[in-house]
Design a binder for this molecule. Sequence first.
Ligand code: 5GP
Length: 120
Amino acid sequence: MMTDYDPNNIFAKILRGEIPCKKVFENEWVLAFHDIGPKAPVHVLVIPKGAYVSYADFSAKASSDEIVGFTRAVGHVAQMLGLEENGYRLISNVGPHSGQEVPHFHVHLLGGGPLGALIG
Ligand code: 5GP
C-alpha cells in the first residue's frame, strides 16, 4: 500500500500557504494546526514538512533529524497546549482501512476532555 505522494493534497496546499489554517506551532520540521472538524475539545494535526504519504514512507525515507524533529514537536505541542496534565491521545490513520482522508502523513493530537476508550 505505497502510493506516490500527491503534491496537490490539502496538507501540501496548507504547507505552501495556498489554503489557510489555524496554526498552533511551526518549526523547520513540522507544522501543527487545528483540525477543521474537531473530534475532541482540542484536536490538532501535526504534519512533517517533508512529502510522505504514510508512516512507513515517513519512517523509511525521512532523515534521522527529521524523525527526531517530528517526534519532539508532537510532544512539545501536547505540552504547550496544556495536555500533559490530564492526558491526550495520538492517532495516525494510514491507508484505506483506517479511513485516511488526506494522503500526507500526519498525527492527530486529541485531548482537552475525556476521550472515551478506544482500545481496552
Ligand atoms: P485522516 O482521516 O486523513 O487521518 O484525517 C484528516 C483530517 O484532516 C480530518 O480530521 C479532517 O477534519 C482534517 N481536514 C481535512 N481538510 C482540512 C483542512 O482543509 N483544514 C484543516 N485544518 N483540517 C482539515
